[in-house]
Design a binder for this molecule. Structure first.
Ligand code: GAR
Length: 217
């Protein structure tokens, strides 16, 4: 059994997709928000999941907010912390505290379009494909090792809302998938800093990423 804590700031549809996926051997220990009125909190509470708020406006700086947030998370001793539309830049100390057990979903094909307004920027750039990325979080924003991506074609008549809706549909598919892989022990970061995904058979046999020398022969 693995346990996760999910962090949300608003709507919480990715959190909802993870809850609805009913992943075997997964306990969702808590949903925590930095905004007291985040929509996602009501959904979590109505599904019997413990909720908490760590309101960033109550803290004088990022360091103290992140320390309070880490304390709220660590009460649950989760195996994995899942950022699901958590719209706060995290301090390096916070990120390092959760090395290898903090993941995020970003609405673009990273490393393209880190940051905000990804759909508008994709349309402005004229890219033919766009999408979403689930990745481990490292101190550099939207930059950690990639676990899974989904590609969405950009149509000539797309506007920001239509494109965002099709990307979101894919987010709801790949985020539960990534969490499932983690719970099944199929995700690991290799010595080359990249993510390897084991097949179910390898995972059942207690797989770990082979050292780099063996990979390169
Ligand atoms: C999602 O599209 C997610 O990828 C994005 O915020 C939205 C949250 O929606 N996250 C980021 O932009 C993080 N850089 P949700 O609250 O309905 O899951």
């Amino acid at each position: 059994m693995k346990s996760i804590v999910i962090l949300v700031s608003g709507r919480g549809s990715n959190m909802e997709a993870i809850v609805r996926a009913a992943i075997p051997n997964l306990r969702i220990a808590a949903v925590i928000s930095n905004r007291p009125h985040a929509q996602g909190l009501a959904f979590a509470a109505s599904h019997g999941i413990s909720t908490a708020v760590v309101d960033h406006t109550a803290y004088p700086d990022r360091t103290r907010f992140d320390a309070a947030l880490a304390a709220a998370i660590d009460l649950h001793q989760p195996d994995l912390v899942v950022l699901a539309g958590f719209m706060r830049v995290l301090t390096d100390d916070f990120v390092r505290h959760y090395t290898g057990r903090l993941i995020n979903i970003h609405p673009s094909l990273l490393p393209a379009f880190p940051g905000l307004h990804t759909h508008r920027r994709a349309l402005e750039a004229g890219v033919r494909v766009h999408g979403a990325t689930v990745h481990f979080v490292t101190p550099t924003l939207d930059c950690g090792p990639i676990i899974v991506q989904a590609v969405v074609p950009v149509r000539p008549d797309d506007d920001e809302a239509r494109l965002a809706a099709r990307v979101l549909e894919q987010e709801h598919r790949i985020y539960p998938q990534a969490v499932r892989w983690f719970v099944d022990g199929r995700v690991a970061i290799g010595a080359d800093g990249r993510v390897a995904i084991a097949n179910a058979h390898q995972a059942a046999a207690g797989w770990s990423v082979p050292p780099l020398e063996e990979v390169s022969g």
